[in-house]
Design a protein around this ligand. Structure first.
Ligand code: PLP
Length: 398
């Protein structure tokens, strides 16, 4: 069978693949502790669910404009103005089926065959695949040799070529948990603007910053930044709404209109009921956001301090999102329970088989030798996983 180049080249999401494997084992009755797909274990807050009920009962069940429900676009523009310091008109915002779709549609608007998309590695899996799906080439800028895994202006400058078209920023970052400060982001955006690059700022984990740090939106750095930076955000993580599939993007009207045109042919637009729920999420009480952040903060310390006690594992303390990316290179090149482990994929397979801990190989994020945990799970699950990791390492045959 001959499939298109795009379909042939697209790799399945490693996160979703491991999650399926872990779920299959769980269905067989195996007690798997899973840290694969990153989604809050909290339920969607009640006021949001009630808004969806009301939308159904009142018959708000029809197609909405491709760029989103006008009231929601207006509320998002207001949120961006008051919380992020960027003045957008509602026409400069579009609502998508999850932020993943906003990212893809924006890439389709901004890059094509022959272009390069610059990513700070470790990066979230879908950026590289989406760039390829647009015919462009992802260029991973390795930050693993820096002490805090942060992209620097010098590293960015060195990676730029005459084919570079787009830089993707993601703070707080999945998978590292790195949060870039306002000054750090400003310095990167300055380099991007000097080279006339587009910038996508993926802010899906906006409220999840710890240690007194602040989230900063690069589009707020002045008129030039506002012309070249596209801000992408999501309801998934902030409001525990992963299944509702609502995200959004804001930027210059020309790009947003083009994105809406593409979206109109892809999905017609986002779900009407979920858009009503998203409007309530934005305008209703925000207590649940703070409660979730506090819980994630506690779990972050428990997980990362625990990981650092496991011989051979060393983990930087993440400052945002809900992921930890421990360095497991010292565990490689050894055998565990008779199974030789040479890389992060084999390590994850061995962890799942031998101690039933499901984690994602760093290779999927451009971080060979590392594995990704999330801490959007209970303290009990984290404790259980840490015990099992100790048992795994003790089972080393070498
Ligand atoms: C960095 C980042 N951006 C975007 C997304 C997509 O989220 P959604 O499509 O649910 O809005 C994710 C999901 O894991 C993510 O980690």
């Amino acid at each position: 069978m001959s499939l298109s180049k795009v379909a042939t080249n697209a790799k399945a999401s490693a996160t979703i693949a491991l999650n399926s494997k872990a779920k299959a084992l769980a269905r067989e009755g195996v007690d798997v502790v899973s840290f694969t797909v990153g989604e809050p274990d909290f339920d969607t807050p009640e006021n949001i669910k009630q808004a969806a009920h009301r939308a159904i009962q009142s018959g708000f069940t029809k197609y909405q404009p491709a760029a989103g429900m006008p009231q929601l676009r207006a509320a998002l523009a207001q949120k961006l103005r008051t919380q992020n310091g960027v003045d957008y008109a509602p026409e400069e915002v579009f609502v998508s089926n999850g932020s993943k779709q906003a990212l893809y549609v924006l890439m389709l608007c901004l890059v094509e065959e022959g272009d390069e998309v610059l990513l700070s590695a470790p990066y979230w899996v879908s950026y590289a695949e989406q760039a390829r799906m647009c015919g462009a080439e992802p260029v991973a800028i390795d930050t693993m040799a820096t002490p805090d895994m942060k992209l620097t202006p010098a590293l960015l400058e060195a990676a730029i070529s005459d084919r570079s078209k787009l830089l993707v920023l993601n703070s707080p970052c999945n998978p590292t948990g790195v949060v870039l400060t306002g000054d750090e982001l400003r310095a990167l955006v300055e380099v991007a603007l000097e080279h006339e690059l587009w910038v996508i700022s993926d802010e899906a984990y906006e409220p999840l910053v710890y240690d007194g740090l602040e989230h900063v939106s690069p589009a707020s750095f002045g008129d030039e930044a506002r012309r070249k930076v596209l801000t992408v955000n999501s309801f998934s993580k902030t409001y525990a709404m992963t299944g509702w599939r609502i995200g959004y993007a804001a930027g210059p009207a020309e790009v947003i209109q083009a994105a809406a045109r593409l979206q109109s042919h892809m999905t017609t637009g986002a779900d009407s009921i979920a858009q009503k729920a998203a409007l309530e999420a934005l305008s209703g009480p925000q207590d649940s956001v703070a409660e979730m952040r506090q819980a994630f903060d506690r779990r972050r310390r428990l997980l990362v301090e625990g990981l650092n006690e496991v011989p051979g594992i060393s983990c930087m303390m993440p400052q945002g999102a809900f992921y930890a990316l421990p360095d497991c290179r010292a565990l490689l090149g050894k055998s565990y329970g008779g199974r030789r482990v040479e890389n992060s994929v084999e390590l994850c397979e061995a962890l799942l088989e031998q101690v039933q801990v499901a984690v994602v190989p760093g290779a999927a994020f451009g971080a060979e030798g590392y594995v990704r945990f999330h801490y959007a799970t209970s303290e009990e699950t984290i404790g259980k996983a840490l015990q099992r990791l100790h048992a795994f390492v003790e089972g080393c045959d070498d």
